[in-house]
Design a protein around this ligand. Structure first.
Ligand code: FAD
Length: 307
């Protein structure tokens, strides 16, 4: 039985959306990518249980998609199941003093809007990151002002595709669980359901002005008018140079490959000028890596995840 027929068997009980042979470019900030065999967007925990049963039965490859702001989908697509976290777990509430419970599919902008309303200080360093809470936990997303790890107290997860029975597990964050743009306690089978973040009660107007200032700065320094995944490379180790400075030293700012370009405005962004293929973006990534290594002896590592 093929994957699609197996999914059609659960369709009557499924509350979210199920799509087949879907163009992934619609689901990535880059607006790039080939077809996925199945795109499943669960809407209830029962949906997750049904989905998990299919994954266990079929052994089909799967990938968890948040808001798609740090992903480059290949032009060839993905012959498995993309699990899109958009509709399930979008809650955001203060359950006890100084701690908020946030669902994995909640967008960072909604979280920060709520922080402004409620006077939740301690989250402004996440301003301008366009992803979901789940994606921010996995990536330990952050800016020069701080990272997700600075606020994250615990994470709730389920492990997909292993056992028929899904078990919700709450993991208390331990020292060393996060590093720069990495976590060390989740694997590719782990679906983040929610996180608990610490906040500091602050005057709402102060939270608002801090966030507004940071948004303005972003607009001035980043090519937000073009599809991208944000910074393509992590800042390299063993050199005081930031990733964008390495790219500038190599003289690559503005370099074009097909429909992709190393942004003129921020050289650590590779933008889609309208018709870019994943292959174009990857060509520029390889060019930067190869020149950085041979000309400067610097190892550049991708922050973007290529599927
Ligand atoms: C214009 C722009 C600016 C950006 N600026 C920043 C920045 O300042 N700092 C920064 O750190 N990043 C930045 N990014 C990158 C991106 O927003 C972050 O990495 C963000 O955390 C990704 O979240 P997402 O929900 O879009 O995850 P996705 O891109 O969908 O996925 C990223 C990873 O998280 C996993 N994942 C997502 N959700 C879940 C879940 N619920 N459970 C398990 N795994 C999951 C995916 O499998 C994948 O491995 C920027 C991106 C853009 C487009």
């Amino acid at each position: 039985m093929n994957l699609e027929s197996r999914f059609l068997e659960i369709k009557n009980q499924w509350r979210g959306s199920l799509e087949f042979n879907v163009n992934l470019s619609r689901y990535s900030y880059y607006q790039i990518g080939g077809p996925a065999a199945v795109l499943a967007t669960p809407k209830s925990f029962q949906d997750l249980e049904l989905l998990n049963a299919v994954l266990v039965d079929t052994g089909a490859p799967f990938f968890i998609l948040g808001w798609g702001s740090n992903l480059l989908f290949r032009d060839e697509g993905f012959a498995g199941v993309i699990i899109r976290m958009k509709q399930l777990f979008t809650e955001c509430e203060e359950r006890e003093a100084g701690l908020i419970h946030v669902g994995a599919s909640l967008g960072c902008s909604t979280l920060l809007r709520k922080a402004q309303e409620k006077g939740w200080g301690g989250l402004a360093h996440l301003t301008g990151i366009p992803g979901s809470v789940g994606g921010m936990v996995v990536m330990n997303a952050g800016t020069h002002l701080g990272e997700m790890k600075d606020a994250c107290v615990s994470v709730e997860r389920v492990r997909l595709g292993k056992l028929k029975l899904l078990e919700r597990e709450t993991l208390t964050v331990q020292p060393g669980d996060f590093s720069y743009r990495h976590n060390h306690f989740l694997n590719a089978h782990d679906l983040v359901l929610s996180a608990c973040l610490k906040i500091t009660p602050t005057d709402p107007s102060q939270v608002k002005s801090q966030i507004d200032d940071l948004y303005q700065r972003r607009k001035q320094t980043q090519p937000v008018e073009f599809p991208s995944c944000g910074s393509v490379f992590m800042n390299p180790q063993g050199t005081p140079l930031k990733a964008w400075q390495v790219i500038d030293q190599l003289g690559l700012r503005g370099t074009v490959a097909g429909g992709a370009q190393i942004s003129e405005k921020h050289s650590n962004f590779i933008i889609n000028r309208g018709s870019a293929k994943a292959a174009d973006v990857r060509k520029l990534i390889e060019l930067v890596k190869q020149k950085a290594q041979t000309e400067l002896g610097i190892l550049m590592k991708e922050e973007v995840k290529v599927l």
